[in-house]
Design a protein around this ligand. Sequence first.
Ligand code: ZN
Length: 198
Amino acid sequence: MDLYSGYISRLIAELSVLPGIGTKSAQRLAFHIINMPKEQVEKLAAAMTEARENIRYCNVCFTLTDSEVCPVCSDASRNRKQIMVVENTRDMTAYERTHKYEGVYHVLHGAINPSLGIGPADIRLAELLKRLQGDVDEVIIATNSSIEGETTAMYISKLIKPTGIKVTRIASGVPVGGELEYIDEITLSRALDARVEL
Ligand code: ZN
């Protein structure tokens, strides 16, 4: 027998698939949603559906965006010869918040992680190499300082070295294992300024 109504159980089950949401949190959220005004629930549901339906990858840097080319790639004042490689859109946003970086980005959508079976072909590396056939002065590797992030950084640097393009890695101001999106703007700016050539 269902402890709650079937509808509530289903809502709890759907919510608990979200990252970081255990059964208890899912229950709390479910009851909160049920008590919200109906219009607000409709807005929330619509925001989720519309985001999923309309968001796409930028044709140039592969970040998640609403248009064919994202606002950063469409901005004529950005330096297209400098490409910062990040693991995901959240990390790109973290760097954008510093207002210190004037180049463009390349979003990998992951990092190499052999234990999860994620190899170089599973992230947007081929797309990065293709971009490097253009006029590029520097590739700044800003993957996270986790084992996966470091593995990915090493892999990319070895891949790019033969092309003669300068490859740098953001400095260790970023704590080991630290995820970029949780690091404050000043630390990120310093890590960028103190980047080292690989
Ligand atoms: Zn873009």
